[in-house]
Design a protein around this ligand. Structure first.
Ligand code: COA
Length: 364
């Protein structure tokens, strides 16, 4: 057995066989259970995508309706277990989401993917409402999942163009190979632990700015830059100060993240529907400037826009506050986490890698 640690980030180490998604970093391609992400986003409902991940096949209309119903039941079940007073204690939405999810019990039905997925949406939205000074809104089981999430979060009747954009986002981020949070979920599942514990671990991993915590800072960056003409100077100054440009670069992709294109297209559709935040042109200018500056600094390491770049602009245009961006990411990704928990359980194999001891030798 090769016990040499070559890279501490497990780069290129294959830790599972999966039927859920494939990330081709060289060609910039994302396949979810046999479907290119470009074909899914904008055409597939979140319910259908969840069905695809949980069963392995794109569901027919009746099965989509059945998933819509179990997701609605999951939201209602989670709302009954919501402790709104506690949510207000958290300044950070991911802290609140992690705490609210941790109160759930697998013995109370929360081992089921639909209930867990419903719960993340309900708790993320409830935190957003409490943070804005309001009261959590009860779910409306008659609504599709994306529409109800947006309604519970913003308190407004969902506008179809914005719901469509949010749905394209949730579908786009639902699964993405062996990313850090998915790996965290699988490690927990591999011990025989319950799905709530696996999802809580995944939320903790997603919170970090190197994973799911980047979109808020991307919007901060666009605000700081202000005008397309100021992009190059601002980016240069950041790089000169040794800081990373949020929304750029990826561990796997050596080209532009295909999800960036999908979300950029969803944003353009939203603009055409008249629901723009006017930031698309600025975002494109900043992306060009960042790509050029990073190419000059790292000529051997292509660093292009990742999913978070256009997530920021899209979710802002949808009407979601930047503080809720990462919880909204979790509301989409939880569908994938649940599928990976099921897949990992089916292997029956504990994930337990090794480490190399580099500490002092024991005293003789
Ligand atoms: N801005 C500036 N420099 C960057 C960069 C960025 N966004 N992304 C990578 N680099 C630099 C690294 O610092 C490293 O430089 P060094 O050798 O001088 O230390 C070099 O490029 C190579 O980095 P790499 O090994 O390819 O990065 P990684 O695989 O460890 O990191 C990310 C991948 C995503 C963590 C990284 O690109 C990043 O921090 N991006 C910004 C945060 C972000 O958008 N996260 C969301 C990811 S979906």
């Amino acid at each position: 057995m090769d016990t040499t640690v070559t890279r501490s980030g497990l780069d290129g180490v294959v830790v599972a066989d999966t039927r859920l998604s494939e990330v081709d970093g060289e060609r910039g391609r994302l396949v979810v259970a046999g479907h290119d992400i470009e074909r899914l986003a904008g055409e597939t409902s979140f319910e259908a995508l969840a069905g695809l991940l949980w069963t392995g096949a794109l569901p027919q209309a009746a099965a989509v309706e059945a998933t819509r119903q179990v997701l609605a039941e999951g939201r209602v079940r989670a709302f009954a277990r919501l402790h709104a007073d506690e949510l207000g204690r958290f300044a950070d939405g991911m802290d609140a989401l992690r705490a609210a999810m941790a109160r759930l019990s697998a013995d109370d039905g929360f081992d089921a993917p639909a209930n867990l997925t419903g719960a993340v949406a309900v708790f993320a939205a409830a935190w957003g409402r409490v943070r804005a000074g309001g009261q959590p809104l009860a779910p409306d089981p008659a609504l599709p999942h994306a529409a109800d999430y947006l309604r519970m979060l913003t308190g407004e009747a969902p506008d179809p163009a914005r719901v469509a954009a949010l749905e394209a986002y949730l579908v786009t981020v639902a699964d993405h190979g062996m990313n850090a949070s998915t790996f965290a979920a699988r490690v927990v599942a591999s011990t025989g632990s319950d799905a709530v514990s696996a999802i809580v671990a995944a939320i903790g991993a997603l919170k970090g700015p190197l994973h799911g915590g980047a979109p808020g800072p991307v919007l901060d960056m666009l605000d700081a830059i202000g005008e397309p003409a100021g992009a190059a100077r601002w980016i240069e100054a950041e790089l000169a100060a040794g800081r990373r440009i949020m929304g750029m670069g990826h561990r796997i992709y050596r080209v532009r993240d295909p999800r960036a294109a999908v979300l950029e297209a969803a944003l353009a559709r939203l603009e055409r529907a008249g629901a723009s935040n006017g930031r698309l042109a600025l975002a494109r200018a900043v992306e060009r400037a960042a790509e050029g500056a990073l190419r000059a600094k790292y000529p051997d390491r292509p660093l292009a826009a990742n999913v978070e770049f256009y997530t920021a602009v899209l979710l802002d245009a949808v009407g979601i506050d930047r503080a809720a961006f990462s919880p909204t990411f979790a509301a989409g990704r939880v569908a994938g986490w649940c599928a990976h928990v099921l897949e990992q359980r089916a292997t029956g194999r504990l994930i337990r890698p090794a480490s190399r001891y580099v500490g002092p030798a024991p005293l003789q």
